[in-house]
Design a protein around this ligand. Sequence first.
Ligand code: WT7
Length: 685
Amino acid sequence: MSEGKSPRHAAEQESADVSEAEIAVHWPEEDYVLPAGQFIAQAYLTNPGVFERFSLDRFPECFKEFADLLDWYKYWETTVDTSAPPFWRWFVGGRINACHNCVDRHLAAYRNKTAIHFVPEPEHEAVHHLTYQELFVRVNELAALLREFCDLKAGDRVTLHMPMVAELPITMLACARIGVIHSQVFSGFSGTACAERIADSESRLLITMDAYHRSGELLDHKEKADIAVAEAASAGQQVEKVLIWQRYPGKYSSAARLVKGRDVILNDVLAGFRGRRVEPEPMPAEAPLFLMYTSGTTGRPKGCQHSTGGYLSYVAWTSKYIQDIHPEDVYWCMADIGWITGHSYIVYGPLALAASSVVYEGVPTWPDAGRPWRIAESLGVNIFHTSPTAIRALRRNGPDEPAKYNYHFKHMTTVGEPIEPEVWKWYHREVGKGEAVIVDTWWQTENGGFLCSTLPGIHPMKPGSTGPGIPGIHPVIFDEEGKEIPAGSGKAGNICIRNPWPGIFQTVWKDPDRYVRQYYARYCKNPDSKDWRDWPYMAGDGAMQAADGYFRILGRIDDVINVSGHRLGTKEIESAALLVSEVAEAAVVPVADEVKGKVPDLYVSLKPGLLPSTKIANKVSAAVVSQIGAIARPHRVVIVPDMPKTRSGKIMRRVLAAISNRQEPGDVSTLANPEVVERIRALAT
Ligand code: WT7
């Protein structure tokens, strides 16, 4: 990181992510690209004065504007209670229901409007256009079932392990209607990963689907539920019922048998609830709406607990002003609802605005890289939202496809990882046809919604950079000593947010200490302080700020690898590898990948006396897939005679990362076993 090297980065040479930061810092500054006049002419936000309205001295009252996008049963009294930092309580005293705000309140004006366009992966299957009226009916019937058949009440947790189908938002909204806290686990995660989340959230109920389509295959999904329930039980959590949606109602598409007394075909039982209505439960604004598990520095995923009033107001405001969703727009976010992006920007944000939101079941490149553009053309999609990984894949597999289809985006989003300027330019020129404005939105599972972005109708865009903090968000970069690194200094540091905001998560489920330690302790100068100004939020990303105030995000400073925009904890992968009895030590490093951004290379050493074999390598790979899911499948498993180690016995991941990325490992003379480096290089290249 040459001149941009901060002391921590120098000291932290053992972290593999330093090399990631170095790559990014060497990107040259790009020229501005201006938003099209046609976009600006219709944009909600065009007056830069908005930043005045949300200046730090207007905190926290400025956020009233967020809350006022919603219907309240009882209006709140306190904008934010900051008396017990860093536990913030937004819109205290208010009563609200998220489902009412996303469904019921739209019926008067939009009953017959499409709420969800469900697009099955098989192209011959008809698209289902679910209207707000239908959504209302289905959510009510399911809410009645959850309450009466499953005996659920407000505050209970339910784990969902569902694919990208319309039934997923229906299930989430039915939970929200009765105040039940949902915890949706990404469908690509394994039964074991699901079990861990069931146990941590203490869910008595699992809701899943028998099967779904992915890359041309109808995948058996219910089989994962059996593993999840068995493993949750051994972790001490009994699942009483498994509710199973059928991908094709009336037909069971899984080879896994139904367990008597436990497994229930959901669409069959629902027939008994036809016509039922359930009044939405007026929940306290601070009642948790959902849990979303994410990877951290330890092996155990953290359940990020999001509130009802603060979260919903935050995603509604940002959907309106950053996504610029107007009632007449057709909006498609191609993320998976199993991640926070899908929760905030497929389900809660767009539906709070009565938008039409597309839910696509499959992979973007199935059956070919023209698929997204055919979907956009046929549905009239004009706002599009995806990740650099998807953009890279579409660019590689079909660089000229967008031009063949007659669709027009006014607005596009990129989120989840840094985007290379070349990829950005293809997105702008080919996918956006030079007409669409692009927002590169930076945020995290913990944050509820966007933190940094350009304002689409106000700011020029800069490829490869996100923007400044959005209105109401005041980012700052600190060096290792807690000194502010000024904009334009060319130096990188840790990006933090000075102030709380309504979308920030409330705590780590059942682990408030971890919440304080991981996000707030680092730059808190006085742990006894009751002043929110003393409690900046630390995101865990390295970043630098250009003179114009735009931030460039350089990547994680912790032990997290960002694969296709999804966070994987290196510790999680390493612990999975260590379950294989032959393995003595394991170390994961990120390898640059043309499409996925980063992929994990897994180095393992074996117990004494064992010889390396493909069989062991395959076993290690299988263990990772079964513990976490295919998304974490190692790019390679390299069996090494020994790990490169410091004299204190710490594995030098930096050296392994250099080998994997075909770079020079730098000075290895201080290692306890420098001779092993060349042997590893010979094995790994
Ligand atoms: C991490 C958060 C937020 C939804 C998707 C990921 C990286 C996120 C950007 C961006 C560069 C980005 C950061 C962050 N990240 N957006 N626009 N540019 N990096 O949510 O799984 O919680 O991951 O993704 O490293 O910390 P997540």
